[in-house]
Design a protein around this ligand. Structure first.
Ligand SMILES: *Cc1c(COP(=O)(O)O)cnc(C)c1O
Length: 375
């Protein structure tokens, strides 16, 4: 049997054409035509008044922490079941992540746990949309409003996904997408900052451009540009943007194909769930997910270990996922916990992610399911 990789990035048809256009133009640095075209695509897709392309989602989250002016003493509520960048961006500013539990259906932050974690120092809530399944943004936005908090969506995995028909990434004051090779739409390394509150736009452009007002110089508002604020180098090269534009143009169609693959696993695994051999994802009706991840939860961590080993024998790559941040060396040093994280700890020990990508064949999916049925 041939090997089945965990992930295989979709190949969009115009990648080479756009790349060769950049190579011929010799216009290679950030801020060119393709960067702007990707930003316009994302603005149209999400309704965000301004999107800035960045070198990664991590960079976009770092920019968000700078834009909110966060610093020592400030607390940021987030799930523990997430990638380190969700927390690191705030720790870099001296702020403290406060880790709370997830819901067992969406594996996203539990909105009830947020309420209990709020203190006089809380400044923001950072939901992360696990597997492109939306957090309960209705409840989270309401809590934020009641307590005067900002919301930053870590929408790294959530491009083309919706909550009650509205695109994820469009709810928070600021949101971040990732185009890392492991995501649905990719350019190797890349990301985007969505600025839903227009008050942040001017400063975001300065922060992305090394703390200078170069953007105002380009648009003719000032006659020379200088250092005006903190900032870094967060703009992607035109080469990456050109590749990304080809990918974005096929984002909707590749998401549809991922969803077909997701639904196929879901149907094929129904028997195993009914027999009590594993649990499948359960998606609330408010969610239109993007099939970023297909996971199953095994009854015990030992059965999880065995399943990953058995899948590996014929060359099928299946993966566990996050080591909960609150229990890591850095999480203990820089963060604190609020309430019980029992669901996070339990799910982290038993979850397996199965291979999924736009171009996975039904035959390969059947091979994966056959191994799970033979356990
Ligand atoms: C992938 C991912 C990131 C990091 O994205 P990069 O673009 O690689 O920086 C951050 N948060 C979450 C939840 C992710 O899945």
């Amino acid at each position: 049997m041939r090997r089945i990789p965990f992930n295989f990035p979709h190949k969009a048809s115009r990648e080479l054409e756009y790349l060769s256009e950049v190579l011929q133009s010799r216009r290679l640095s950030a801020g060119g035509k393709f960067t702007r075209a990707c930003e316009a695509w994302l603005e149209a897709a999400t309704g965000a008044p301004r999107v800035l392309l960045t070198t990664s989602c991590t960079a976009a989250l770092e920019m968000a922490a700078m834009l909110l002016g966060l610093g020592p003493g400030d607390e940021i509520i987030m799930p523990s079941f997430t990638f380190p960048s969700t927390a690191n961006a705030f720790v870099l500013r001296g702020a403290t992540p406060v880790f709370v539990d997830i819901r067992s259906d969406t594996l996203c932050i539990d909105e009830a746990a947020i309420e209990n974690a709020i203190s006089a120092r809380t400044r923001a809530i950072v939901p992360m949309h696990y597997g492109g399944v939306g957090s309960d943004m209705t409840g989270i936005m309401q809590t934020a409003k009641t307590h005067g908090l900002k919301v930053i969506e870590d929408a790294a995995q959530a491009l083309c996904a919706r909550h009650h028909g509205r695109p994820l990434g469009s709810f928070g004051d600021i949101s971040a997408f990732s185009f890392h090779e492991s995501k649905n739409v990719v350019c190797g390394e890349g990301g985007a900052l969505l600025i839903n509150d227009p008050d942040y736009v001017e400063r975001a452009e300065i922060i992305r451009d090394k703390g200078t007002d170069r953007q105002k110089f380009i648009s003719g508002q000032v006659d020379k540009y200088t250092w005006v604020d903190i900032g870094s180098s967060y703009g992607p090269s035109e080469l990456l943007s050109a590749f990304l534009l080809a990918q974005l143009e096929e984002a909707e169609s590749s998401t549809i194909r991922r969803r077909i693959a997701w639904n196929r696993y879901h149907e094929m695994l129904e028997d195993l769930e009914q027999a009590g051999n594993l649990r499948r994802p359960s998606i609330p009706p408010s969610v239109e997910h993007n099939a970023h991840i297909y996971y199953v939860v095994m009854p015990t961590s030992e059965q999880r270990r065995l399943a990953i080993a058995k899948l590996g024998e014929p060359g099928i790559s299946a993966m566990f996922h996050y080591a909960p941040l609150h229990a890591t060396a850095a999480g203990r040093r820089f963060g604190r916990v609020s309430g019980s994280l029992a669901k996070t700890e339990d799910i982290a020990r038993r979850l397996i992610r199965l291979p999924i990508y736009a171009d996975i064949s039904a035959e390969d999916q059947e091979s994966v399911v056959r191994v799970l049925k033979g356990l």
